[in-house]
Design a protein around this ligand. Structure first.
Ligand code: NAP
Length: 228
């Protein structure tokens, strides 16, 4: 059980890593808002978690929906930008359809950016907040941007850049903003992976509940700071 109960919002919380993050945050005594594109799935996921969890319909590409959610729930203490898509595989930068790149950036970069614009200013005013952007090893320049998925890589590398910029903007405010590389996780996105969503969620939840002297503007793999 957490020392202090916080309100956490998890995007893409209906399944995969997002649902596991919502589960662990809830188990640790936090109030959890499970946001998902399909409102019924969001509500049914929240019901499975139990009391102090609620569901909210949210497509992160929809600016009006983000504004409406913010107006409905007010501020949150913890934002986990988990919603993501991987639409490209076995592609090269010169061959890929840019429409697909655009759709990927809309969710993976601009979705998280919209959420930060809506929810981070309240955190700064309140003097406490945690933002975790769920990134990927494919975003890592240190690892050489691995994987034949240029749209996904660029979207997550951009998400990492946004993480640094948000951390700089919120420095000293009590808000910590970090990106995490969860590794390969067995979800609909990566059904062949070994790591379970709950194993990956453990580290995301730690980043989402960092102590006040925790890092901001870093890239984490498990609990270790890694190169961008
Ligand atoms: N699995 C891995 O190995 C792995 C590795 C590195 C990073 N990640 C990242 O981890 C995060 C979670 O992925 P996952 O593995 O759990 O994949 P997943 O099972 O495919 O889940 C993706 C989640 O994102 C939601 N989503 C997609 N587009 C959305 C939108 N426009 N608005 C709101 N929600 C949207 C999906 O909702 P619907 O159910 O409505 O489609 C779903 O809840 C993603 O950011 C992914 O890039 C995953």
């Amino acid at each position: 059980m957490a020392d202090v109960s916080r309100t956490a919002l998890v995007t893409g919380g209906n399944r995969g890593i997002g649902y596991a993050v919502a589960t662990l945050l809830h188990e640790r005594g936090h109030r959890v808002i499970v946001a998902a594109r399909d409102g019924d799935e969001a509500r049914s996921a929240a019901e499975r978690l139990g009391e102090t969890a609620s569901g909210a319909e949210l497509d992160v590409t929809d600016a009006e929906a983000v504004a409406k959610l913010h107006a409905t729930v007010g501020g949150v203490d913890i934002l986990v930008n988990n919603a993501g898509v991987q639409l490209d595989w076995d592609e090269q930068p010169t061959g890929i359809d840019l429409a697909l790149v655009h759709r990927t950036l809309e969710v993976n970069l601009l979705g998280a950016w919209r959420m930060a614009q809506a929810f981070v200013p309240d955190m700064v005013r309140g003097g406490w907040g945690r933002v975790v952007n769920v990134s990927s090893g494919t975003a890592s320049f240190t690892l050489g941007l691995p994987g034949p998925c240029p749209a996904y890589s660029v979207s997550k590398a951009s998400l990492n850049a946004l993480t640094v910029l948000l951390a700089r903007e919120t420095e000293g405010s009590g808000v910590l903003v970090n990106a995490i590389n969860p590794g390969l996780v067995r979800t609909r996105m990566r059904p062949e992976a070994q790591q379970s969503p709950l194993e990956a969620a453990e580290h995301i939840v730690r980043a989402a509940t960092l102590p006040d002297d925790g890092p901001s503007g870093v890239f984490l793999r498990r609990d270790t700071v890694i190169g961008w």
